[in-house]
Design a protein around this ligand. Structure first.
Ligand code: SF4
Length: 318
């Protein structure tokens, strides 16, 4: 049964759920495994779903007459139509989804850097493309978190992914409640996280909530969701985050000694040059918010945008 109290994540089935790869293997993934207790997974294996067996002859993407086809060299068969049709049907069947973890480099699931051959013969050379299923995912959900398992070994990519799936998951509560009060609270609680990601979108979202044009709640929520997606479209710049932290510091900076301020600003600088994880200045500021009983600040999602147990500082550097 679907557990709707957790983020809903669609995942390539071969990433530790079933030995469904072309060679009958699966690829266990540490991060996918760790997330199992925190999210509700919907597993998909597009190649098996279109009727290809396990094991099966490999597929490849081929660029032919300006069209991308899914080609099986061993049989000479094309599976583009089946894959497109299955992808649309599969994605339409998802009632709720907050993000995707897809298997990299696959001609079906890969979101980037998939070999796209320039002809049916391997000797024709190749450029980089997107898997057929993945391209339908990106077309239908351009503003959701969509990542490959390989990229999620990078700390910043992973942190961004988790932040985005949790913010979209929490927003679904606002969609369900359909009330201005819930939306106002959401905007308020996420103020400094939004500012850290995009000051422009944070202001725009504030205007949407302000509802100066007296629109209906449905219109407001649709517009808000769209701009929320834009706010989290890419990994935030260090300078954006520091700008938001400076605003937070402003709540109690007049109570701090010169040395305390110097120390805090030093952590911002070390974070900026990559010598310190974000969690250090964040926790330092939080300790002052606790000390000075800043209840408004303590409600902010910027302290822990996703469950603390999912925090993992390991970084492949890739
Ligand atoms: S990459 Fe996608 S299509 Fe290939 S085995 Fe994994 S889930 Fe199936």
């Amino acid at each position: 049964m679907q557990n709707i109290d957790k983020p809903q994540i669609a995942v390539s089935r071969c990433l530790g759920f079933s030995p469904c790869r072309y060679n009958g293997q699966m690829i266990p993934d540490k991060f996918v495994d760790k997330l199992k207790d925190y999210v509700e997974y919907k597993t998909v294996c597009p190649e098996v779903e279109i009727g290809l067996g396990i094991p099966r002859d490999t597929l490849r993407l081929v660029l032919e007459k300006d069209k991308i086809i899914l080609y099986q060299p061993a049989t000479g068969k094309e599976y583009t139509k089946q894959m497109d049709e299955y992808s649309i049907k599969c994605l339409d069947s998802f009632e709720e989804v907050d993000g995707f973890i897809l298997k990299g480099r696959s001609p079906s699931c890969g979101i980037k850097d998939v070999k796209l051959y320039l002809g049916k013969e391997k000797t024709t050379g190749a450029i980089k493309g997107v898997g057929i299923f993945a391209s339908q995912v990106m077309k239908k959900y351009p503003l959701l978190a969509i990542e490959e398992e390989g990229r999620l070994t990078n700390f910043r990519v992973r942190e961004h992914f988790l932040t985005k799936i949790y913010i979209m998951f929490k927003f679904r509560e606002v969609q369900k409640a359909k009330s201005m009060a819930t939306l106002v609270k959401f905007q308020s609680d996420n103020k400094y996280l939004l500012m850290a990601y995009s000051q422009k979108e944070q202001k725009l979202l504030g205007n949407i909530v302000g509802n100066h044009n007296k629109r209906s709640i449905d219109e407001i929520i649709d517009d808000y969701k769209n701009h929320l997606g834009y706010a989290f479209i890419r990994i935030p710049r260090f300078s954006n985050y520091i700008n938001s932290l400076m605003h937070i510091l402003g709540y109690f900076s007049d109570k701090l000694s010169v040395n305390e301020k110097k120390f805090i600003l030093g952590t911002f600088q070390k974070y900026k040059i990559g010598k310190m994880p974000l969690s250090v200045p964040i926790n330092l500021l939080k300790s002052y918010a606790i000390k000075y009983e800043q209840s408004y600040l303590l409600e902010q999602s910027i302290w822990d945008p996703y469950p603390e147990d999912l925090m993992d500082l390991s970084d492949s550097g890739k």
